[in-house]
Design a protein around this ligand. Structure first.
Ligand code: ATP
Ligand code: MG
Length: 168
C-alpha cells in the first residue's frame, strides 16, 4: 500500500469522520481522491462505491483504492441494474460514415438516422415510434428526404400501421 502525505486539518475532518452522511465539495487538484483513499483505508470494514464519469478515471481509481471500495462508472452501475434489459437495442460504434456507407445516403440523412436511433435507444418503449423520428417532438420540420425515408421504414416494420405514417 503506497504511503500518502499527512492530512491537512481540512482533510483530517473528513478522514476521521464517523457519521453516516458526509458531503465534501472541493476544487480540482485540492486532494479529493487522496482524502477518499485515506477515508477508505481508515474504514476497512465499510464497503464503499466509487462512481467515476468515465473508464479512465475508474481504472485509475481501481488501482489506488483499497479492496473495500468498488470502483465503477455510473454507466456501468446503471447498465447492471437497468441497462441490460435494453441490451438488444444497443448497437456499438454505429458512426455517421458507417450509416452513410451502408445505405449510400447523404451525411444529412445519416445524421437524421443516427438521431432517430439514439432517441429509440434512450426510450423505454420497445417499438419504433414517430416521436423517435422527430426528436421527441423537438424538431420543427422534417426534411422531405427524411420524411420519405422514415415513412417508408415505418411502413415496412411488421408491427407498424398506416396511422403512424399519417403522424409523420
Ligand atoms: N495533505 C496533503 N499534503 C501534501 N500533498 C497532498 C495532500 N493531499 C493531496 N496531496 C497531493 O495533491 C495532489 C492532488 O491530489 P488529488 O489527486 O488527491 O486531488 P484531486 O482533488 O482528486 O484532483 P483532481 O481534481 O485532479 O481529481 C497529489 O499530488 C496529492 O499527492
Ligand atoms: Mg481526483
Amino acid at each position: 500500500m503506497s504511503s500518502l502525505p499527512p492530512d491537512t486539518p481540512e482533510q483530517a475532518l473528513i478522514t476521521q469522520y464517523k457519521g453516516s452522511k458526509l458531503v465534501v465539495v472541493a476544487y480540482a487538484g485540492t486532494g479529493k481522491t487522496t482524502t477518499l483513499i485515506k477515508y477508505a483505508r481508515a474504514n476497512p470494514t465499510k464497503r464503499m462505491l466509487y462512481l467515476a464519469y468515465n473508464r479512465a478515471i475508474r481504472d485509475e481509481a481501481a488501482e489506488k483504492f483499497p479492496a473495500n471500495v468498488e470502483c465503477k462508472t455510473s454507466h456501468q452501475l446503471a447498465y447492471a441494474s437497468i441497462g441490460k434489459r435494453y441490451a438488444h437495442k444497443l448497437v456499438p460504434g454505429l458512426s455517421l460514415p458507417t450509416i452513410k456507407a451502408a445505405i449510400s445516403c447523404s451525411m444529412k440523412l445519416a445524421r437524421e438516422i443516427s438521431d432517430t436511433l439514439n432517441a429509440f435507444t434512450a426510450d423505454a418503449i420497445d417499438r419504433f415510434m414517430p416521436h423517435h423520428v422527430n426528436g421527441f417532438g423537438t424538431k420543427a420540420e422534417l426534411t422531405p428526404e427524411w420524411r420519405e425515408f422514415a415513412g417508408e421504414v415505418m411502413l415496412n416494420l411488421p408491427h407498424q400501421s398506416g396511422r403512424q405514417e399519417a403522424i409523420l
